[in-house]
Design a protein around this ligand. Sequence first.
Ligand SMILES: Nc1ncnc2c1ncn2[C@@H]1O[C@H](COP(=O)(O)OP(=O)(O)O)[C@@H](O)[C@H]1O
Ligand SMILES: [Mg+2]
Length: 215
Amino acid sequence: MTVRDVVKSFGPIHALRGVSLAVARSEFVTITGPSGSGKSTLLGLIGSLDRPDQGTITVAGEPVPHPRDAVRFRRHVVGFVFQDNLLLPYLSAQSNVEAALLASGVGLRERRARSIELLTEVGLSDRAGSIPAELSGGQRQAVALARALANDPQLLLADEPTGALDSASGQLALDLLSSVRERRGMTLIVVSHDDAVAARADRVVQLVDGRVLRS
Ligand SMILES: Nc1ncnc2c1ncn2[C@@H]1O[C@H](COP(=O)(O)OP(=O)(O)O)[C@@H](O)[C@H]1O
Ligand SMILES: [Mg+2]
């Protein structure tokens, strides 16, 4: 994953003022920095939720597509985990994971089988039938992770994944993220204020005021 000279403004606000960053395949990088320093903006540009004003971003050797044309990219190349897990509240854990597979055209039988495999991978095979309100914060985050993994992304982007969890659940969520990344060999970029997250990463990149301070 390569970010080169990326600039992004929202009207008068200069969210990113020329950011360059290279993350190797299978590397685990944490992005830290004060609130408002541009972390989420950068993650969103890498995942094609939005596009840079200037500069280029490549993922797995390919330029990140324009958000308008990014359906396949967002389904198969990158996976997202957010602070708020954004699960569908009236669907079971299994159906939440299946929804991601449905979107990419996987048939019913395979959806069922794969969603159970994914829930097993995140340690939730026994909670497949529970709706989000019946799960703990950490368990909900694990379902969100299973959903993000559904289409086997090469790059997983996580924006403050432990931000809404107490420290014990945060540790578990972090163990889970690291073990999944090791098993799958995928690249992992985690935005976090949490020192425990930074301690696990191969490298910490600090953003301050829309610029990389340290990488
Ligand atoms: N969609 C948006 N519209 C206007 N301003 C935005 C938008 N997204 C982010 N910003 C602004 O850009 C700056 C960087 O925001 P953000 O990337 O969310 O920072 P961080 O994730 O580090 O807290 C902030 O000043 C924020 O208010
Ligand atoms: Mg943010």
